[in-house]
Design a protein around this ligand. Structure first.
Ligand code: ARG
Length: 587
């Protein structure tokens, strides 16, 4: 495993050095190097610097140029405009760098210099409830984030903070006691069957709870038993959790995601810590009693009436809520799991909750300069009409139905081309799954998480535009060229001059590692999606402009172009895998 410095970073270093040599009194200055349309790169850091030191930017730029070694990496550098540097990279340097990437399993991507431990809270559905599109977003963004962070060398611990505790369990358990066969089914029941049982029971229990005051009272007493740890009650509660897990896992499986049981630590997992958490908060004065409840107040959090709205850690009846659990989870993640970073992939509508929870944890010192917490907040999934996604009857859309629909649409798309490609029925079905699930994930990951997005299946499975299918086809097309190449193999030939489309593709391939580190640092998987889409587009241009397998080409040219094809395919494959999306070999 050898990490490969990108051409941009090599250039960056060289210009920084030349700048320091030309202007020692300025110290280390960022030359502000960017990709550019005029040349390959442009550096305009000289402008602001000369202005600051009251010098002449063109003169400074000229001095920097004199100090820059040329010949190997830099083919040409010139001063332009008021004092920019335009830099053209040598073709041989591009091919050599790419060859070094190709020789490495990790495509030359370095590990992060300062890797730490991140505990990431993602995919957190609620027991006895159907999963909805919000849970889809947390799962899709979380899964990609885990993979990206791990790829950079970060130690990542997942926590699925499922909603498995609360007063509603009194009602559910009491109903099950009175109707003991409601959750029965054959062994090996499907996730859907488990969910439909739970759903039916939930509705029936709720109806009885609302209609029958005596049942309501029995349900209330059942909550007390549950909280007191009564064994029979706990065993029934466990049944709800287990049934729900059958369903959750079936959805995650459909989503082609691996969720490990040891990482499912729901709200109930922190029960033993709640009292202590409250004690610590109260003793330190971070939380105070107000009308019997234990509260934390904030300067800037006020209700519509102008009165402060506190974070309630313990209710006046002694009950603990969502905040107490999250504060306990922070203690656990920091003190036991030794996290440096706590990441929460949760709906933006919970932003105020997390703001208050994090601020509370900071006040008491559980979060500090060494440990910080971030909510990777995501927006709402909208229907085609731009309103929050609902069925025609106004109910939340069942996630499973959506996924099935996506797979069925994708299968149609795959089938249309299947004959030409010679796919068997089994391959059509398998590819349909990979394309359909990929489409749903990509639609979610290709816009910034914070934004709302429209769930539009027609657009998602379209072959044109910024979709996963487009990327998957680009990949499959390259794989088919490599198969058709027969004896000819991908071999880099740095002695060959590159066509403009080859240079553009090559320079973009070289940016893979930097893009990944940027994406990992800012938790922005959409920037990886953007990178991959651009890669596929540049490949398409290359493919249109440069014949790969042609008798007219010298064998070295064929090999070098196959080399570019191969590295593009590997980069696409790796990038898509980090987004949790498969790339079928034949499509
Ligand atoms: N179960 C919650 C929901 O469905 C999300 C949990 C988010 N994580 C957390 N630590 N609070 O909205």
């Amino acid at each position: 495993m050898a990490s490969v410095p990108s051409l941009a970073s090599t250039l960056h270093q060289r210009i920084t050095d030349a700048l320091s040599a030309a202007l020692p009194e300025a110290g280390v200055v960022d030359p502000l190097l960017r990709r550019s349309d005029r040349a390959d790169f442009q550096a305009n850091g000289m402008l602001a610097l000369a202005k600051k030191l009251k010098g002449n930017p063109r003169e400074l730029a000229t001095k920097v140029v004199e100090g820059l070694p040329t010949g190997d990496v830099i083919q040409d550098v010139e001063v332009s405009g008021p004092g920019f540097l335009n830099i053209t990279v040598a073709d041989a340097a591009i091919t050599r760098t790419l060859a070094a990437r190709a020789a490495d399993d990790r495509l030359g991507v370095p590990f992060a210099k300062a890797a730490g431990t991140t505990v990431i809270d993602w995919a957190q559905p609620n027991v006895a409830k159907e999963m909805h599109v919000g849970h889809l977003r947390s799962a899709v963004i979380g899964d990609a984030t885990v993979k990206i962070l791990e790829f950079t060398g970060e130690k990542v611990i997942s926590r699925h903070h499922i909603g498995d505790w609360g007063t509603q369990f009194g009602m559910l358990i009491q109903y099950l006691i009175e109707h003991p066969h409601e959750l029965d089914h054959k062994d090996g029941a499907s996730g859907e069957e488990a969910m439909s049982n739970l759903n039916r029971l939930y509705k029936a229990a709720r109806a009885l709870f609302d209609a029958d005051a005596e049942f309501k009272e029995r349900a209330r007493r059942r909550v007390v038993d549950l909280q007191a740890g009564d064994e029979e009650t706990l065993a029934l509660w466990q049944r709800f959790v287990d049934e729900s897990k059958i369903y959750f896992y079936s959805v995650f499986d459909k989503l082609d995601m691996e969720i490990h049981d040891e990482n499912v630590v729901g709200e109930s997992g922190y029960n033993d810590m709640l009292a202590e958490t409250c004690r610590l908060l109260e003793e330190s004065g971070v939380a105070v009693r107000s009308e019997g409840a234990l509260c934390v107040f904030f300067e800037d959090v006020k209700g519509p009436d102008g009165n402060p709205v506190p974070l309630i850690v313990q209710k006046s009846d002694g009950g603990y809520g969502y905040a107490a659990t999250d504060l306990s989870a922070i203690r656990d993640r920091v003190q036991n799991l030794k996290a440096n970073t706590l990441l929460y992939v949760v709906d933006a509508r919970q932003a105020l909750h997390f703001k208050m929870v994090f601020e509370t944890a900071r006040r008491i010192g559980w979060l500090n300069e060494d440990v910080h917490a971030v909510q990777l907040a995501f927006g709402t999934v909208l229907g085609k009409d731009g309103k929050p996604f609902k069925t025609r009857e106004g109910e939340t859309v069942r996630l499973v139905d959506l996924l099935d629909e996506a797979v069925s649409r994708a299968t149609d798309v795959v089938r249309e081309k299947a004959e030409k490609v010679g796919l068997s029925e089994q391959e059509i079905v398998e590819n349909g799954r990979q394309v359909g699930i990929g489409a749903v994930k990509y639609a979610d990951l290709s816009t910034s998480a914070a934004r709302d997005y429209k769930f539009d299946l027609d657009q998602m499975v379209s072959l044109n535009g910024d979709t996963s299918v487009y990327l998957q086809y680009a990949y499959a097309r390259i794989r088919s060229i490599l198969r058709r190449a027969g004896e000819a193999k991908p071999v880099a030939h740095p002695e060959l001059a590159l066509a403009p489309a080859e240079r553009a593709l090559g320079l973009h391939l070289d940016q893979f590692g930097e893009t990944l580190h940027e994406v990992a640092g800012s938790y922005e998987p959409h920037k990886l999606a953007g990178y991959l889409y651009q890669l596929a587009s540049l490949y398409t241009t290359f493919y249109d402009q440069c014949q790969v397998l042609s008798d007219q080409n010298a064998p070295e040219l064929v090999e070098n172009r196959l080399f570019l094809c191969d590295l593009t395919a590997r980069t696409l494959h790796q990038g898509m895998a980090l987004l949790g999306i498969r790339t079928p070999e034949r499509l």
